[in-house]
Design a protein around this ligand. Sequence first.
Ligand SMILES: [Zn+2]
Ligand SMILES: [Zn+2]
Length: 134
Amino acid sequence: MSMELITGGCACGAVRYRAKGPIGFHILCQCRFCQRFSGSVHSALLGVPKAGLVIEGPAKGYSYDNGLGGIRLHVFCSICGSGIHGGNPDEDFVTLIASSLDDPSLFVPTEVINRDEAVPWHRKAARLILHEMK
Ligand SMILES: [Zn+2]
Ligand SMILES: [Zn+2]
């Protein structure tokens, strides 16, 4: 895994971060909390060491009990609401939210977790008609 510098930020540009690899995992989480805070059917998360993460700008966070094994943290831009990272306060890594990456190609999902909480139609999403832009 790469030790390269990972950079990203929110949609409005007020929050920026840099993190150091290695990237420990790439997951799609389908739990209800990820659905709610992502505004989608899952979140896309990559794990990086907490010690190497530096955030600049008006980030805010809150903790919640996801009912799936502990307290989780969600950090977002207080201006535009874009998610920046999550994590468990007791763990030594954080989960960057992949949509915040400057280089989206760094995220290569390998696992899906909390599939039992997936919205019903998502299991059929692979069979949807795909419209490609020319
Ligand atoms: Zn923002
Ligand atoms: Zn989740």
